[in-house]
Design a protein around this ligand. Structure first.
Ligand code: SAJ
Length: 428
């Protein structure tokens, strides 16, 4: 280990000298890299061999500004290493996916598998932190799984006595595209199984967080994360519903919102083609699933936002008209939000794919952040990935799905005579 590295290490509290991050995705990997950049020895654990190989070679498998440099430095200086197998550590931080299955039922099986995989390596004094967005009660379940696997150790119960292992829930709050900055700058909600667990976890987060660390109970912290994303979802649903109402009443929704937002206590968000990504369109269902009778508004907001792509598709069908067979469509943008390359759970992709499946005429797609069409679109045969200008020139109907900065530079003159559906208000 280089000389300056061991100097840094000596500044670390003794109890946090080795950290294991389980799950090296959009949250786990940046978190592991930032902790390693502080001179702490980090082992990243993941179930995918190609992820382990990529990271140990000093490369990254996800797109996030500035992450590549931080990770590469950590690997070169010997502070970060990836493995398929957990090892003993002082802190275990779990950041695995929590999707939903079937009828929006949360699937915490990855959390269970991660907890069982680290259980053999726990010892007196270990700290286990869950960061995955989880239904309320998951941290308590995790304690049960750990305790089953390790009857030789004591684990905390809410309000109970001190235990051998400390357990806390600490949700991530970072915005894709700004992760490295927000990981350090954002305030953190830190929910301990007991207040001693919360204090221990706060000592740990202090290693790399500049924002406030706010102590609470694990259940409250679980709900806080779900609340934040449900709040945004409900507010976007309000904007999306307004856009439908304004279509019916022949009012420009963008102008309307701008005007309403001049009120000192009104801040309406922006309508769009629907809500995408892997958080806001998923997490509110965790609340609905745990309290279906009470969570009426949250469930309705989800349905409003999930319904928006269908309303956009109806508009496209109308614009194509009865003689739509030979007409051409341009879709501008496939990502789930502006200026990123992430197509996961993207309403733009959903709309482009559905329409391309039912439309026999030419379909042009402009998405400046990708080099090749997703397989689902490519397989159709009549869809081409082109520049925005080429797509507009070739199309009868132009559908703007994502407000990428690049699309702002489109010459409005080239839109003349085209049927225009602007789902983001970029040209309205
Ligand atoms: N959207 C609109 N109108 C708006 C704002 C957003 O239609 O006015 C759409 C976007 O286009 C996108 C979707 O909503 O399709 C979600 O985008 P986003 O930027 O609101 O959020 P995410 O999914 O990138 O990140 C969110 C953030 N949560 C909140 O802002 C409350 C982030 O802080 C979380 O860490 C992240 O979810 C997460 O991982 O949970």
């Amino acid at each position: 280990m280089p000389h300056h590295a061991s100097q840094k290490k000596s500044l670390m509290p003794k109890s946090f000298q080795k950290v294991s991050v389980v799950g090296l995705g959009y949250i786990g990997l940046p978190t592991a890299a930032v902790i390693a950049s502080k001179g702490v020895s980090v082992l990243g654990v993941d179930v995918q061999p190609h992820v382990i190989e990529t990271l140990n070679a000093g490369d990254i498998h996800i797109v996030e500004p500035d992450l590549a440099g931080v990770l590469r430095a950590a690997v070169q200086q010997g502070y970060f290493r990836a493995s398929l197998q957990p090892e003993p550590a002082d802190v275990f931080l779990i950041a695995v996916p929590t999707p939903f299955k079937g009828d929006h039922e949360p699937d915490v099986s990855f959390v269970e598998a991660a907890a069982r995989s680290i259980a053999p390596y726990l010892q007196k004094g270990s700290l286990v932190i869950l960061e995955s967005t989880s239904p309320v009660g998951t941290t308590e379940k995790m304690v049960t799984w750990l305790a089953q696997a390790r009857p030789d150790l004591s684990f905390p119960v809410p309000g109970g006595a001190p235990a051998d292992v400390a357990v806390a829930y600490c949700p991530e709050r970072v915005l894709p595209g700004r992760v490295l900055h927000e990981l350090v700058a954002n305030d953190r909600v830190i929910g301990g199984m007991t207040s001693a667990c919360a204090e221990r976890a706060i000592d740990f987060y202090r290693l790399f967080v500049d924002g406030q660390c706010l102590a609470t109970a694990a259940r409250t912290a679980e709900m806080a994360k779900l609340t934040e994303n449900a709040f945004r979802d409900v507010n976007i649903a309000f904007a999306n519903e307004l856009s439908l109402i304004c279509d019916r009443l022949d009012i420009n929704v963008w102008e309307l919102i701008k005007l309403a937002n001049h009120h000192p206590r009104v801040n309406v968000l922006q309508p769009g083609p629907g809500v995408g990504g892997h958080c806001i369109a998923v997490d509110p269902w965790f609340i609905v699933h745990s309290a279906p009778e009470q969570a009426q508004l949250i469930a309705t907001a989800r349905r409003v936002n999930d319904g928006k792509p269908h309303a956009v598709m109806d508009k496209i069908r109308q614009a194509l008209g009865a003689g739509g067979v030979g007409r051409s469509i341009a879709f501008l943008g496939l990502a789930f939000k502006p200026d990123i390359d992430d197509l996961r759970e993207s309403p733009a992709l959903e709309i482009a794919l559905h329409m391309a499946q039912e439309h026999v005429g030419p379909v042009y797609v402009a998405e400046p952040h990708i080099n090749a069409l997703p397989a689902s679109l490519k397989a159709l045969g009549h869809v081409r990935l082109v520049t925005a200008q080429d797509a507009i020139s070739a199309a009868d109907v132009v559908v703007l799905l994502v407000n990428h900065s690049q699309f702002k530079e489109v010459d409005p003159g080239t839109l003349q005579g085209k049927a225009l559906i602007d789902t983001r208000g970029l040209w309205s």
